[in-house]
Design a protein around this ligand. Structure first.
Ligand SMILES: Nc1ncnc2c1ncn2[C@@H]1O[C@H](COP(=O)(O)OP(=O)(O)OP(=O)(O)O)[C@@H](O)[C@H]1O
Length: 367
């Protein structure tokens, strides 16, 4: 159970996700497949994203971030819930209406190489969606491809080359150009910089921010790295085992995390500085991440929570607004803020500052 989607303050929401569920059946048997269980990859999450806003989505591997992105874009058809985009519930669209909507919502993938067809030239990769959606014809397709390559900081002459001729960062730029080819309004960026070197990460994050400003884009930015998310996001949401456990305006999530899981994530942010490492005080979470096939009762986090009380085993805490749109799903949210070690908070802040400095450096170099 979740409450109404957290609103993002003033201004219109571009997208509203309400009680979204994406469950995958687990089957056994080759000929007669029989359902033996359900993976609750996304288990009833609600949120809204304002036009032009970036919502960061973080959490450990397997918590349901990618599935959330795919279910919003209808790449997976959700088990339950609604996704309202420009007044239309995407979960109800079919056929032609669904195809038309796909133009407005796009995805940028983590591994740009895997998502680019190695047998196609960059020109064909970027031109294909333009032709499919009949946005341009004949020579105008080529002109648009060259324009898009320029927009993402690549030489328009690269249109004749193949994906293997490019570096990781350049391939990601090609992936971004392809996503933008159909002139979307909403883009799910699924760990777009996780596979790149830190210096290149800053360039790609910088590019995504520039494109957002130029084209008025709205992003759902998925990452496991809290520092990258902090820089690019207006608000940040944290997921654990298919549920959203915290959501707030970015800086507040870092300075006053309400959920013990967010606190643990913050305390684990690595900082390549031996002085800080010596002071590090990590919040160690006991046990492994439970299986989404058989999640714990009550609050899913209770089996690893350092401040668990008996109620947590029994009742799922509601996603509650603790003021100014700072939502958390924790029975002890009010007390837990006081338990966050200062050192852990400080190290997360320092890493975020480092990344911001890297990005500023890239900006000054690229003028
Ligand atoms: N098509 C599928 N069929 C069955 N289970 C799936 C499918 N896609 C994802 N899952 C399961 O759903 C859960 C959430 O996966 P998801 O990829 O959304 O997590 P994630 O947070 O994006 O992780 P990562 O950072 O590793 O990509 C996992 O347990 C995963 O195994």
């Amino acid at each position: 159970m979740t409450s109404l989607p957290p609103r993002s303050g003033d201004g219109a929401n571009l997208i509203e996700v309400q009680n979204l569920e994406m469950h995958f059946p687990v089957t056994r048997g080759i000929v007669f497949q029989r359902k033996v269980g359900t993976i609750k990859a996304v288990d009833g999450i609600s949120f809204a994203i304002k036009k032009g806003e970036t919502l960061g989505l973080v959490g450990e591997s397997g918590c349901g971030k990618s599935t959330t992105g795919r279910a919003i874009l209808q790449l997976y058809r959700p088990t339950a819930g609604s996704v309202i985009f420009e007044g239309q519930d995407l979960t109800q669209l079919k056929g032609d209406a669904l195809r038309k909507m796909r133009r407005r919502v796009q995805m940028i993938f983590q591994d740009p190489y895997a998502s680019l067809n190695p047998r196609m030239t960059v020109g064909d990769i970027i031109g294909e969606p333009i032709r499919v959606h009949r946005l341009r014809e004949g020579r105008a397709v080529r002109e648009r491809v060259e324009e898009l390559l320029g927009l993402v900081g690549l030489n328009p002459a690269f249109a004749n080359r193949y994906p293997h001729e490019f570096s990781g960062g350049q391939r990601q730029r090609i992936g971004i150009a392809r996503a933008l080819a159909v002139e979307p309004q909403f883009v799910v960026c699924d760990e777009p910089v996780s596979a790149l070197d830190v210096s290149i990460q800053a360039q790609v994050v910088n590019l995504l921010e520039e494109l957002q400003q130029k084209l008025g884009l709205t992003y759902l930015f998925i990452a496991h790295d809290l520092s990258v998310v902090k820089h690019i996001s207006d608000r940040v949401a944290v997921m654990y085992l298919g549920k959203m456990v915290e959501l707030s305006e970015g800086s507040k999530l870092y300075s006053m995390p309400l959920h013990p899981y967010t606190q643990a994530l913050l305390s684990a942010v690595p900082i390549p500085d031996p002085k800080v490492e010596l002071q590090r005080r990590r919040i160690i979470l006991e046990g492994d991440v439970p299986s989404p096939l058989n999640p714990p009762s009550g609050c899913h986090f209770h089996t690893r929570c350092p401040i668990m009380i008996p109620k947590c085993k029994e009742e799922d805490p509601p996603f509650t607004d603790y003021g100014d749109g700072h939502f958390a799903a924790c029975w002890r949210a009010r007390e837990s803020a006081e338990l966050m070690p200062t050192v852990a908070r400080k190290q997360a802040e320092m890493l975020a500052a480092r990344i911001s400095a890297d990005i500023a450096k890239v900006k000054s170099k690229t003028g």
